[in-house]
Design a protein around this ligand. Structure first.
Ligand code: A2P
Length: 282
């Protein structure tokens, strides 16, 4: 299967960060066509769109996307869930019945137009991390989106011995992309070898029975996560972290990482961890 096929066969989408509705000048936007829509649950959906040839991004970044509402763009920040190397874009979103954007966006269908901001941004970049051995990607809910791009980016596998993708959700049905991660990525001819050797996936559920349970900060602090994955205990010397989730999840996870002696990284000073809020909540 080619990367392009893989992309289209695996509906993904990312919605992140709670932000106020944003109006942007049309010059910063382009019109993309919806190619596929997948409804994971009554709270979660993803969709793919065309990608402008000039739209470049790094895995882990987000951009503004939205709809034309009464002649004006209504936009929110969404992470790209797709690999930077495929010619379509993929986004993951929650559905909020009275949410300004998602109440409309959840009804998009193939062929519809969505607006995509031309200027990707974000902090979930390997450049903001010190070199390390294990990269932990820690997500709750739609915070998974940027990490779906990262685990589909072959470059990341050349930088770390192991990549650990942890996705925390309330319910099993909300573990979006589980089948893709478990079954399709390892078989992908382009990236499958790296995935089999290096990617460890740890879905965890908090509100119904599942093989793995618990919130991410507790799993980290107790050592349960590294123990169950057969990895060494958390060590700031070689472990690196990217966090994407709700503000509460980010605060609690950051507090645990700081206890381990980790520091947040940025473009001018790389560190042991970086943080991005999972954006769209309305
Ligand atoms: P819980 O079910 O115990 O609240 P949501 O859908 O509300 O964004 O939640 C997604 C996941 O994030 C759920 O598993 C939820 O657990 C978990 N979660 C909520 N708050 C925190 C937090 N402060 N730290 C870590 N995980 C959290």
């Amino acid at each position: 299967m080619t990367q392009a096929n893989l992309q289209q066969s695996t509906p993904t989408a990312v919605a992140r960060a709670p932000r106020a509705a944003t109006r942007a000048s049309p010059g910063n936007l382009y019109e993309a066509k919806v190619l596929s829509v997948h409804h994971w649950t009554d709270r979660l959906f993803s969709f793919t769109t065309t990608r402008d040839a000039g739209f470049r991004f790094h895995s882990g970044q987000f951009t503004m996307i939205g709809l034309d509402v009464d002649g004006r763009p209504l936009l929110r920040a969404y992470s790209m869930a797709s690999s930077p190397y495929v010619d379509t874009l993929e986004f993951l979103s929650i559905k909020v019945p009275d949410g300004a954007l998602t109440s409309r966006l959840q009804h998009v269908q193939c062929g519809d137009t969505v607006l995509v901001g031309r200027k990707p941004s974000g902090t979930l970049l390997v450049e903001n991390l010190l070199p390390g051995r294990v990269l932990y990607l820690l997500a709750t809910g739609t915070g998974l989106a940027p990490f779906m791009s990262i685990v589909r980016d072959p470059e990341v596998y050349s930088l770390f011995e192991k990549i650990v993708l942890v996705h925390g959700c309330r319910r099993v049905a909300e573990l979006a992309y589980r089948q893709l991660i478990d079954e399709e990525l390892p078989r992908d001819p382009w990236i499958g070898g790296a995935v089999i050797d290096r990617l460890l996936y740890y879905p965890t559920v908090t509100r119904e029975p599942f093989v793995q349970q618990g919130r991410i900060p507790g799993l980290l602090e107790s050592g349960e996560l590294s123990r169950r994955l057969g990895l060494a205990p958390i060590d700031r010397g070689g472990d690196r972290f990217m966090l994407c989730g709700s503000p509460a999840m980010l605060a609690d996870t950051r507090a645990v990482l700081e206890k381990f002696g980790c520091a947040e990284g940025n473009m001018s000073r790389p560190g042991q961890y970086v943080i991005e809020r999972a954006f769209v909540d309305k």
